[in-house]
Design a protein around this ligand. Structure first.
Ligand code: ZN
Length: 306
């Protein structure tokens, strides 16, 4: 059984938000949003998502094709909670909804409350480097308090290197402050909210040592294994095999969540990442029971079917 803890839902609303940013950058009239969004698909050679329901159904068809049971879908621009909520409502046995939140927005706390309580989303995604809000900031604490109100809601914190491929391809500015995404500050939050599960994606995306230290001291910190993990090139000689071995030794199999970081179509679900990571886990001599935790069991424990 495969569950994927990290996929992005690039909804029509997501592309409209990018189009608005592009138009603002060119000082072009915002009435051009629809035309500009379709220009974006063409430019990227990605398929038009058409409509939220169409995209949700396409995801399910793709998961079926690859034998994937459930996935997390992340609303990948602040304000796109409803798209993912709609996809989850359409396929509740297949999708778990997360949403990106900018804690510096005036309505951040209300948005979080609405997404969690009214829309039933189960993960708040923080990108401190992108939104320029330190994890020690009171505004972040208020968001985590919202998550803590509802059992089963997790907080996902992107740490380490952050590149948003689509922004780069479209020439949108990415003034990220990488210092702000530090797993040691996730540990600080996780200690303050011991009942809230935290997920650090991509093993800390370059801050592996800090991520291991954080997870070693906080039993509520989990890692996701998603993406090609190309950050390993920052440490000479480091291989993904060695990363898995270290994570298994320090964090253990019950706090590792397999993920791919799949996002757009026609590429769809990234089987290549699954194959590579399955091979690594098998080679490291992990028991079948532990492997099934990583590739699906931990997901089902954190996000029981509703
Ligand atoms: Zn991602």
């Amino acid at each position: 059984m495969i569950n994927d803890a990290h996929c992005h839902f690039f909804s029509p609303q997501f592309f409209r938000a990018l189009a608005r940013q592009q138009l603002a950058m060119r000082a072009a009239p915002s009435a051009l949003v629809a035309a500009s969004a379709s220009e974006i698909y063409r430019e990227l050679q990605w398929d038009d998502p058409v409509a939220t329901e169409t995209l949700a159904d396409r995801w399910v068809a793709d998961l079926d094709r690859h034998g994937v049971n459930r996935t997390v879908l992340i609303a990948s621009v602040p304000g796109d909670e409803s798209s993912v909520a709609e996809a989850v409502a359409r396929h509740p046995s297949r999708f778990v909804g997360f949403f990106m939140l900018d804690p510096s927005a005036a309505d951040a706390s209300d948005r979080a409350r609405r997404a969690i309580h009214d829309l039933g989303l189960r993960g708040v995604c923080l990108f401190p480097a992108m939104h320029h809000v330190a994890l020690t900031d009171e505004r972040v604490k208020r968001i985590v308090e919202r998550a803590a109100e509802q059992p089963g809601v997790i907080v996902f914190v992107h740490c380490g290197v952050l590149t948003v491929g689509v922004r780069r391809k479209l020439g949108l500015p990415s003034h990220f402050n990488l210092r702000l995404g530090n797993p040691l500050q996730v540990a600080h939050l996780a200690l303050a909210f011991p009942k809230v599960p935290f997920i650090i994606p991509h093993f800390g995306a370059g801050l592996l040592r800090e991520a291991l230290m954080a997870a070693d001291t906080c039993a509520n910190i989990h890692f996701d294994t998603s993406s090609s993990n190309s950050w390993t090139r920052y440490t000479p000689g480091l291989t993904l095999d060695a990363v898995f071995k270290a994570a298994l030794a320090v964090v253990g199999p019950s706090r590792l969540l397999f993920g791919t970081d799949s996002s757009f179509f026609p590429r769809g679900w990234q089987k290549g990442i699954y194959d590579a990571q399955r091979g690594i886990v098998e080679q490291t001599g992990v028991s079948a029971a532990d492997a099934s935790l990583i590739f699906g069991g931990n997901f089902d424990r954190l996000f029981p079917a509703r």
